[in-house]
Every structure is written in C-alpha cells, then in structure tokens.
Design a protein around this ligand. Sequence first.
Ligand code: GA4
Length: 332
Amino acid sequence: AISKPLPELFFVKPCKPNNNNPPNFPTIPLIDLSRSDSKHLLVKACQEFGFFKVVNHGVPMKFISKLESEAIKFFSSPLSLKQKAGPPNPFGYGNKRLGQNGDFGWVEYLLLNAKLDQKNPPFSIFDENPEKILRIVKDYVTAVKKMACEILELLADELKLKPRNVFSKLLMDEQSDSVFRVNYYPPCPDLQEHETKGKKLIGFGEHTDPQIISVLRSNNTSGLEISLRDGSWMSVPPDSNSFFINVGDSLQVMTNGRFKSVKHRVVANSSKSRLSMIYFGGPPLSEKIAPLPSLMEREEASLYKEFTWFEYKKSAFNSRLSDNRLGLFEKR
Ligand code: GA4
C-alpha cells in the first residue's frame, strides 16, 4: 500500500499518443533467427532502430519460466529479507534508487555479475536451496548469452567482418564484464489518478545501455518504450515468448555509428506487475573500444575518441541515467 504521495521526480510527460497512427508509423522489426535471410534484417534493424524482437531464439521456455517463478518468489518476499541481498553496488538488491547519482524509479531489482561465480549477491537468502537457484540463473544466462553471440556473429557476417567472432569474442572472453539484471515493477494503484492528469510514473528513466548488446525478456505487462528518431516515444507491446535486443553504446562505437544505441525507458503500470530480465553483454575491462578498422571506408574518420571499456564504464557510472554518455567521447 502506498501511504505518502509520490514525489514529482517519479513522473515523466506522457509520450505523444500514437492512436492516429499514420500508415508509415514504424513497427518494431521482428526477426526469425531460424531463417536464412535474418542477417540482412538484423543489420537493417541495428541501423534503423538499434532495437528489434527475435523469435525462434532457441532459449528453452523451461529455463525462462523457472527463473521467472524464482524471481517472483524473491520479489514477493518481505522487504527486510530482500534487503539482505543489498545494496546493489556493485551487485545485489536495489529498490527505487538507480545508480549512484540520484536517479529514482518505481522499480525493484537484482543486479548480478553474469559470471555467477562469485557469491554475489548472497544466493543463500533466495531459497532454502541456493545451489538450485544458482543453477536456474546459470542455465538462463548461458542460453541467452549463446543467443546474443549468434546474433553478433550474424551481424559480423553481414557486415563482412572477419573473423566473424569480432563482436561475440568479447562476450565469450573469460574476462567479459557482463551483467545480469532482473527488474520488478510493482503495480502502482495510485497511478490512475495521475494518468488522468496526463502524467506517467517512471519505472526506469530514459537511458542507453553502455555495453555491446542487451537481451531482454519480460512477462506480458507493457511498459517498455523506445525513443524514435523524431524524439517521440513508442511503446513496445510486450511478448513473453520473444526476446528484445538492443544495441549498446559500445557496439555503436565499434560500428562507427552505423548501429544505433537505442534510448529506452519503462513506465509503470497501475494494475499489473512487470518483470523483466536483461543480460548486458560487455567486453573485458581492458578492451579498447574503437571503430573496427576493417569496417571503415577509405578516408572514413572515426567519430569517437578511443577508450577502454573500463574508462567508459567508470564515466557511465558517474553519470545520470538520462545523460548523453557517448557525448564525452565524440570527436568534434
Ligand atoms: C543501464 C544499463 C544497466 O542496467 C546498468 C545500469 C547502471 C545501474 O543500474 O547501476 C547505470 C545505467 C546502466 C547507466 C548509467 C549509470 C549506470 C545506472 C546509472 C545511472 C547495470 C549499466 O551498466 O548501466
């Protein structure tokens, strides 16, 4: 139950209503990974949106549903218990606060190191059987990482980059700095009143992902929105049987701006809870991120100053969610 009124900082202006959809209103690219022509569509989607949906993804439904039910169990447990898995810096349970710089959202979450070898956060609090839950998370993350690597290899193929693992090797590296996150957006009953005033409650504020690629799966509750080129927000219809992929800042840099790191956000729902799980594929900390020479046309200039993933990550974690993080690394 919500007792206090929600502070103003939780609200955003609603997106332009899309109900008078012009015939050319964009739709989210849908890619069937089992089809041989998917490479071409993948590159097109990364260039035009930096965002797309995949089906026939090969991640067993069993892995997804097991993890989903464990996550729901965790977020339904008493706050005092959940807090034992916090704070989320660098890994663990977080509630409403996002990052270190005063961002807030109507969300609870778990941030995990995708390596899942360290004992962070204490898995022991999740379940009577910590080994079991660790197995469930590992099965899911391993399958999703495999899919992310396949997508990255198809992209490299279509861009004629050699070796075809130029991108995927960064995720496969023993030192890969990848993160796994589970977000739980509780329903917000007070919201209807605010909605009628034309406001939306922010679940997760607008941002781009700093890594290479993000793989998101959610339950059937809406909330995710992506920013279109004209600055309007498009709401993404949820689909619990598919995955949504987005290009991260690092992939934008490695493709010298050909692929777009998409700005996205989540708005809260007044009646249904939303659960999403996201794998963020990142490079090793020491990796130099720069446009791939083999991709550059003759005379093409790099749009970015070279940086290591460590430098970019440090800068990102010192920023606010909505900051234009890549801006600091653009050449001008
Ligand atoms: C966005 C993508 C990932 O969720 C994340 C986020 C991180 C955090 O929640 O701690 C950040 C955010 C994300 C970008 C800017 C900084 C760092 C919160 C924030 C204000 C784990 C990541 O890598 O960057």
